[in-house]
Design a binder for this molecule. Structure first.
Ligand code: ADP
Ligand code: MG
Length: 305
């Protein structure tokens, strides 16, 4: 598959702070890629470098084969970025914001039809002549998305697009992203919301402290770190447990134990067999599936600031 975004050994320092510590990542053309990470992980810094707004200390980034430094204009044409912050000139009307952006990219008058289509599909048609300052946060977010798409970029980057956005808008943004994806646009999405990455993204990278700590398909990531929690209510004391059970032990409650069980075909059997041999009777059993959220916490545990 052709590569839409190539990131090689990217480093960025802000004084003593290492914001990016050797990121290597390739995003394929046409995929929806999710970049997850806690605050301060370096997601927005990475996006600023992709957009040419910030210069890396070392490493290379290309967008559709164009180097973001050496072919800055060409690479910017390939890329639409929806920034995390809502920054606008409050005196412009919605349509003007889009027309100015189109002018910036040298897109001609025929673009009007596309601007109309964007306004329509983002639910902004009746706001086209409203001043930016009159819009709610969610509406401003939609304008930012339209602005990023005005020049029909091949790669769309959304930096935490649904932070602070209501559920309705979130749903409509997701279906809009899916539509763009079906039209062949490559999408890179950063998010805190795991359900967002779970619902939309084919591959997921997890960043923490400027490093990519995991990278896999959604299913692969879940599988690789796959285990589930098992709650067993036991008859009698839970103090002396067989070693295979003790090793899986996460916590104890009055008459119950919580175990972390690997999602393979041996671990559960070993645990149940050991309890049986030790004559410990199981009164009840509950399982709790690991979510991407659990996985995320596990991967970034102890490393978050
Ligand atoms: P994220 O988007 O994942 O929350 P950022 O890329 O915004 O993370 O920030 C990564 C780290 O770099 C943070 O510790 C942040 O404070 C720092 N940082 C980001 N931009 C600057 C800047 N312009 N000057 C100094 N430090 C910065
Ligand atoms: Mg950010």
């Amino acid at each position: 598959m052709p590569v839409a975004v190539s990131i090689k050994q990217l480093h960025k320092q802000f004084g003593d702070l290492t914001a990016l510590n050797g990121i290597d990542l390739e995003i394929n053309e046409g995929e929806i890629f999710g970049l997850l990470g806690p605050n301060g992980a370096g997601k927005s810094t990475l996006i600023s470098i992709m957009a040419g707004l910030c210069r890396a200390d070392s490493g290379q980034v290309t967008i559709m084969g164009r180097d973001v430094v050496k072919q800055a204009t060409a690479s910017r044409r390939m890329l639409g970025v929806v920034p995390q912050e809502l920054l606008f000139d409050p005196f412009f009307k919605v349509r003007e914001v889009l027309e100015i952006q189109a002018g910036y990219f040298g897109v001609d008058q025929k673009n009007r039809a596309w601007i109309d289509e964007l306004l329509e599909s983002l639910g902004l048609a009746d706001k086209a002549n409203s001043n930016m300052r009159a819009l709610s946060g969610g509406m401003k977010r939609r304008v930012l998305i339209a602005q990023a798409l005005v020049h029909k970029p091949r790669v769309l980057v959304l930096d935490e697009p649904t932070a602070g956005v209501d559920v309705d808008l979130r749903q409509s943004l997701w279906s809009f992203v899916e539509r763009l994806h079906n039209d062949g646009t490559t999408v890179l999405l950063t998010t805190h919301y795991l359900e967002e990455a779970e619902a939309l993204c084919e591959r997921i990278g997890i960043m923490n402290h400027g490093e990519l700590v995991a990278l896999d398909s959604r299913a692969g990531l879940m599988k690789r770190y796959s285990h589930y929690q098992l709650k067993l209510r036991l008859k009698g004391a839970t103090e002396s447990l067989p070693s295979v059970v003790g090793e899986a032990l996460q916590r104890r409650e009055a008459d119950s134990i919580w175990l972390q069980v690997a999602d393979d075909d041996q671990h559960l059997d070993a645990i149940l067999t050991a309890l049986k041999l030790a004559d410990i009777q199981i009164l009840s059993l509950h399982t709790h599936e690991q979510t991407l959220e659990d996985l995320f916490l596990e991967l970034t545990a102890g490393k978050a600031a």
